[in-house]
Write a protein that binds this ligand. Structure first.
Ligand code: NAD
Ligand code: IPM
Ligand code: MN
Length: 360
């Protein structure tokens, strides 16, 4: 085998190690079928790294991430570390990872095939056929803005964007729209926030000067949340700031039935990073119950991004076929199977796929 790829694996905390183990199994099998060899390198991250090395994002992990072709992350955080000072918490490690990579564009696709629309808490006919992409700004906004301060009497954060930060994430969204149905909704709070007024001004300007072929609409974030629930199929690409994208993507998971199925790619920086949208789900950790689909589909996005789309397609087809056959974990079905049983099913599905892949 000539094609090989080096993946830094950061299982993290809670259900992170369980879903990452499942994704690794499926990725190994799919990559093997496609003639790609994977070199996995596992590193401590998040709460696990605090316990092992005293900090959530150790230098050895940082160096390994920089040297890898791609990073696959499980999830971080949990009650064991919630009391730690903010600068050393697992969440701070995740923000530092994204920032040190310069991964400013977080792509969160949400697809609801007709066969799975009944899994949503929303009416089946509203969600069937949903296919949208949240383009979330990831290294700016209120997550990183200075000054910030906490005292028992008063606390504040700063929501700050530069024109250059808005332009570069907007370009990612406009370019994505050109590959899709050619429509963008930019979501902000320009009726109240100065940073959103700049956001809307720059997005509008870019549309006028470079992306006149794309259909652009603007929505305030409160209305966008409502419209997403009411009529998700009206959306294609959703361009939005860090905090709004965090909230809207969890909301959008209700369309697909569970937070456990939404993957993401964090790109635009040095090494691309792939991470489920969900967190460490402390309520499920260690019980072999977590849904590994988000981690598997994050691995599929990884292979697409680094130039092995056949491996990505294999993973996606096997996951889709497994779900369509009615095999699913307990977050999606009352008689749901365990993480490992579901993973075995996906592996069995993979083995039935004939190569070379057909077009559909
Ligand atoms: P969460 O995403 O961990 O869980 C929210 C709900 O979704 C829970 O009911 C959980 O059981 C369910 N859920 C999540 N993933 C699932 C899966 N794969 N299968 C089945 N059900 C799943 O969010 P939370 O409870 O608000 O946060 C828990 C911890 O995770 C916190 O420490 C938080 O900071 C952290 N977190 C980390 C990330 C990340 O690592 N990227 C993302 C979000 C939250
Ligand atoms: C996510 C998470 C993170 C975020 C937290 C854990 C820092 O919620 O990836 O969606 O807010 O970006
Ligand atoms: Mn989140």
């Amino acid at each position: 085998m000539s094609d090989s790829i080096r993946i830094a694996l950061l299982p993290g905390d809670g259900i992170g190690p369980e879903v990452i183990e499942a994704a690794r199994q499926v990725a190994d099998l799919a990559a093997g079928m496609a003639g790609v060899s994977i070199e996995w390198e596992e590193h401590p991250f998040g709460g696990a790294a605090i316990d092992a090395a005293g900090e959530p994002f150790p230098e050895s992990t940082r160096a390994a991430c920089m040297a890898a072709d791609a990073i696959l992350l499980g999830a971080i955080g949990g009650p064991a570390w919630d009391g730690i000072e903010p600068e050393r918490r697992p969440e701070k490690g995740l923000l530092s990872l994204r920032q040190s990579l310069g991964a400013f564009a977080n792509l969160r696709p949400v697809q609801v095939p007709g066969s799975l629309a009944h899994l949503s808490v929303l009416p089946q006919e509203n969600v069937a056929g949903t296919d949208l992409l949240v383009v979330r700004e990831l290294t700016g906004g209120i997550y990183f803005g200075e000054p910030r301060q906490y005292s028992e009497e008063e606390a504040f954060d700063t929501m700050r964007y530069t024109a250059q930060e808005v332009d570069r994430i907007a370009r990612v969204a406009f370019d994505s729209a050109r590959q899709r149905s050619g429509r963008i909704v930019s979501v902000d709070k320009a009726n109240v926030l100065a940073s959103s007024r700049l956001w809307r001004h720059r997005v509008t300007r870019l549309h006028e000067t470079e992306y006149g072929d794309v259909i652009l609409d603007h929505l305030y974030v409160d209305n966008a949340a409502m419209q997403l629930v009411r009529d998700p199929k009206a959306f294609d690409v959703i361009l939005t700031a860090n905090l709004f994208g965090d909230i809207l993507s969890d909301l959008a998971s209700t369309l697909a039935g569970s937070l456990g199925v939404l993957p993401s790619a964090s790109v635009g920086g040095t090494t691309p990073l792939f991470e489920p949208v969900h967190g460490s789900a402390p309520d499920l950790a260690g019980q072999n119950k977590a849904n590994p689909v988000a981690a598997m589909l994050s691995a599929a996005m990884l292979f697409d991004t680094v130039g092995y789309p056949e491996t990505g397609t294999l993973i996606r087809r096997a996951v889709d076929a497994t779900l369509a056959a009615g095999h699913m974990t307990a977050d999606l079905a009352v008689d749901g199977v365990s993480t490992s049983a579901f993973t075995d099913r996906v592996c069995q599905q993979l083995e039935t796929i004939e190569l070379p892949l057909s077009a559909t």
